[in-house]
Design a protein around this ligand. Structure first.
Ligand code: ZN
Length: 176
């Protein structure tokens, strides 16, 4: 038996957890190898120390004490709504959109075609929402909200079409 094989079997050997043949092989190696005998002593020492350890039990009121400390900690400050973020976001989004058109990553024809499909889906979703609203007697509120949204959307599309129509070909993404 080599040292590596002996070392691998040592824990089982010390626990009397290996076959008689293996135990015999380990015992023979230990008789002739001082290094592995020293290793055996170290393992025995660790095992006897582990056997003397006791489990650590927390205080009876440990959970209560922790929760009391948590309750005493300062609450994190609430994040207020920051409207100026919107003022930054909207121009940034438009700038990004324009850059995409200018670099022809997007073509506005594709976007308007896509948006009419989207509008169709929106109509179906709107109808479903209307029926839900009707059920809860808030139909008029839902309708006026949706009408406002649709009016704003239509205005945005109309403005975008006129504006994009006046752009030079390279910017509108039109292909020659
Ligand atoms: Zn050895």
């Amino acid at each position: 038996v080599k040292c590596s094989a002996c070392e691998a079997r040592l824990p089982a050997y010390l626990d009397n957890d290996c076959s008689p043949r293996e135990a015999e092989a380990v015992a023979q190696h230990l008789a002739s190898c001082a290094a592995c005998r020293a290793q055996t002593e170290r393992l025995r020492a660790v095992e006897s120390q582990l056997a003397r350890m006791r489990g650590i039990e927390p205080h009876a009121d440990f959970t209560l004490a922790v929760m009391a400390r948590v309750a005493a900690m300062p609450a994190p400050a609430k994040q207020g709504v920051r409207p100026w973020l919107l003022l930054v976001y909207v121009p940034a989004a438009w700038a990004a959109l324009f850059a995409l058109f200018a670099t022809r990553v997007l073509s506005w024809q594709g976007v308007t075609t896509g948006s009419s499909v989207f509008a169709g889906k929106l109509g179906v979703a709107g109808q479903a929402l209307y029926h839900v609203g009707q059920h809860f007697n808030v139909a008029s509120m839902v309708t006026s909200g949706a009408a406002l949204e649709i009016a704003l959307l239509a205005l945005a599309i109309a403005v975008a079409r006129i504006y994009i129509g006046h752009l030079p070909g390279w910017a509108s993404g039109a292909r020659a």
